[in-house]
Write a protein that binds this ligand. Structure first.
Ligand code: SF4
Length: 60
């Protein structure tokens, strides 16, 4: 599974980064983005998707 962040929905809460620090990072606009070298197998992406308060993370 790979994921993407719908930037318009992201409120920059950081929950996804806590769950998957090797996948997500905050950009200069305080929005989560998927890292260029994201390791999608490093964490439970379903958890990240389910725990995002604004449903900004989608399967890609
Ligand atoms: S959990 Fe959702 S709202 Fe929070 S930073 Fe990640 S993508 Fe943005």
């Amino acid at each position: 599974m790979k994921v993407k962040v719908v930037e318009e929905k992201c409120i920059g809460c950081g929950v996804c980064i806590s769950t998957c620090p090797d996948v997500f990072e905050l950009n200069d606009d305080n929005k989560a983005t998927v890292k260029e070298d994201a390791d999608f197998d490093s964490c439970d992406l379903d958890d990240a998707v389910d725990n995002c308060p604004t449903e900004a993370i989608e399967e890609d």
